[in-house]
Design a protein around this ligand. Sequence first.
Ligand code: TPP
Ligand code: MG
Length: 305
Amino acid sequence: MHVGTAAWCNMVGNGGVAAEYPKPVFVCEYFRNLTYLGFSGSGRKLVQPMQLGDQISRKWSNEHIFGFQIRIRRKKLHRYSWSDLPWTRQLADARRRQLDELESLSREEVPMHATYVHKVLNQQLKPDDYVVFDGGDFCHFGRAYIPALTMKSWWYLPPLGMLGSSLPTAMAAKLAHPKRRVFMITGDGAFGFNGLEFDTAVRHNLDIVAILGNDAAWGIDRQIQIGVFGKPVATDLLPTRYDQVVRALGGHGEHVENPQELPSAIERSININRPALINVQVQRAISPRAEAAINRWKSDSPLPM
Ligand SMILES: Cc1ncc(C[n+]2csc(CCOP(=O)(O)OP(=O)(O)O)c2C)c(N)n1
Ligand SMILES: [Mg+2]
């Protein structure tokens, strides 16, 4: 693939290639794959494929995976812009529709919708802040809403999808760039994996701000179980006071149930200059990612989740 083919990618390596481009087509799904693609190295590497069909959607197939050498270097990427083509317009329309939908979900309600939380947080974010995502539905709404504005500053789970990586990643980001602010967006289930590492954050004075969307569930899996099998199985959690856990470890903890209290809780947590966690009670809202997984399960297609 050369500069000039109909491909795009954003700051975190999400992207694709236009449907009219000869198959197979390639994209990098995670930022890490930019490295795989050779933006900062060279050699033939495996990448993850994406095809654009009639609609902007993902279609995965192992037979399209193979190695190739990309000739675009990351620094050069900024020199290119795309002309106004039908597929770029289609993409822009889809993004506009998505943002409208997210906007309509972000009303002030009790319990809060994930999108309301992300909207309030986004109003506080600056372009050079680090944002780290972890978990299922709560985090997927955030990934759709909060833009990646600076290279290597917007992180999702690593390619194997290991929940619990956000706190170690956030601490590493803070250690590497002490002057930059670090925000961690996590589900309650995901927090359970490494939450006690707030002890490490406190001992090393790493003043990250965590926003935990507490739906008392392994939310995305619960939604998929209901959508595919008609009932949840062992995916209910408790509305645990993780803010009290963080306080007990020496950090700053806040519990927010009322949407009007969220902006000041975020401001306090930013200004307190200690590791902080805001435990926000949120709805069990199904994300488009979960809906897509259910549809794939129900389709005849053998494609993986
Ligand atoms: C180590 C690990 N175990 C299990 C999973 C599968 N998994 C992905 S999302 C998810 C649920 C996460 O729950 P939570 O963090 O509370 O997010 P929610 O969907 O409720 O917003 C699970 C179990 C995974 N990705 N990694
Ligand atoms: Mg949850």
